[in-house]
Design a protein around this ligand. Structure first.
Ligand code: ZN
Length: 273
């Protein structure tokens, strides 16, 4: 009797959640996934492997923990080329990704379906188009993000990115920034920004900074922003996100308007950490 009542209760809740629409359903799932305490072993792991976690104020540490629980409850991890998926792998990836969500209690990465992890850099054979000519190309990558919801990472580089929070390089932040960008269509350097005015200001500020970077590189000058960001607007947004979380003060001094745009988008100010 008790079981059938439980079954009916779950059915009613499920139908109610479905009728209430995606936001209510998502909120219910989030609250269910964060109902259990954050494992102390995971906290110890973050303190040991992710110096930036240690710096976060207590409130943001708790927010990050909740995002980790939700991400790990929703997204499967798959090991490739012999990589074993341990709690260390899952938690360290999810915690760095969660930095991008600290200003968003409702979470994000809506399009993410699975995370594939290789032991180190991986080889990709894929035709590339250059000026209309399609050629076979072999590339060695440390991370990749697909619009279909796959995100691929090198574990060696995930560890290295977490170990140094001040070098402006972080493959997890880079690839998850692409996921945000890909939530509203192909990656183009413009994630979902809400109203039109916000989109216009973003395009003007980032567009000007992108052109400035290309001109600096053409003159052979050293740049704060990774030259890889000059490839296209999507890569520009991804490398800027790395810089925003790992060298916020330097970015804010060099380009206050650019920093303000990123700070408004990510709804946080990493200079305070
Ligand atoms: Zn990229």
């Amino acid at each position: 009797m008790a079981w059938s009542l439980l079954f009916v209760a779950v059915l009613v809740l499920s139908v109610a959640g479905w009728l209430a629409g995606p936001p209510a359903w998502a909120a219910w799932r989030r609250s269910r996934l964060t109902a259990t305490p954050f494992p102390s072993a995971w906290r110890a792991l973050l303190r040991r492997r992710m110096p930036l976690y240690r710096r976060l104020p207590a409130l943001q540490q708790r927010q990050l923990q909740r995002h980790v629980q939700v991400l790990l409850g929703q997204v499967p991890f798959i090991g490739c080329q012999g990589q074993v998926i341990t709690d260390e792998v899952r938690v360290l990836v999810a915690a760095q990704a969660a930095l991008l969500l600290l200003g968003r209690p409702a979470g994000s990465f809506r399009g993410l379906r699975q995370v594939l992890v290789y032991p180190g850099a991986f080889v990709v054979d894929r035709p590339v188009s250059d000026g209309g000519i399609v050629q076979d190309a072999r590339r060695v990558l440390v991370g990749e993000s697909w619009q279909q919801g796959q995100l691929i990472l090198s574990w060696a580089d995930v560890l290295a990115g977490a170990a140094d929070p001040d070098d402006g390089r972080n493959v997890v932040i880079h690839e998850f920034a692409h996921q945000l960008d890909q939530e509203n269509g192909a990656a183009n350097g413009a994630p979902f920004l809400g109203r039109r005015a916000g989109h216009d200001r973003w395009a003007a500020t980032l567009g000007a900074a992108f052109e400035a970077l290309r001109e600096q590189l053409a003159r052979g000058e050293p740049t704060l922003i990774d030259p890889y960001g000059a490839s296209d607007p999507a890569e520009f947004f991804a490398v800027l996100s790395e810089l925003f979380f790992e060298r916020p003060a330097a970015l804010a001094v060099q380009n206050p308007a650019l920093y303000a745009e990123l700070s408004a988008y990510y709804r946080c100010d990493p200079r305070a950490w």
